[in-house]
Ligand binder design. Sequence first.
Ligand code: SF4
Ligand code: SF4
Length: 126
Amino acid sequence: MSERLSCNDNPCLDCGACCATYRVSFYWAEAEVRSLPAHLTDKVNDWYSCMAGTGRPSPRCVALQGSIGGAVACAVYDSRPSPCRELQPGEEKCNKARLRHGLPSVSPEPADQTANRPRAPHPVPA
Ligand code: SF4
Ligand code: SF4
């Protein structure tokens, strides 16, 4: 059985697994709205784009800095698209990604502890 860690220490800070597991796709216009650099996105179809690198068989977002399971950072944190903003530590998709990368699962953080803290796959780079 995998160890379950508390989210109180923000597991995203040394994870990044979701950025190297899924295709991070979004409505193409979101990139313009968020000023996401065009060279960091790939066209999926007439309606959707994805973060470059995440459409591959072995996905890894080009904006992900660092090593999975080590210190990681998002190079476009302020411009990251909606999938990156919506995914919360401890949800099923998170723990599937962590399992894929050999990391222990984490438990969801109680809602009353997330109210005033921005959550994301990983933090603003230093
Ligand atoms: S949301 Fe989950 S998989 Fe993504 S960086 Fe945070 S802990 Fe890792
Ligand atoms: S949070 Fe940043 S590094 Fe991770 S998938 Fe989104 S844009 Fe890429």
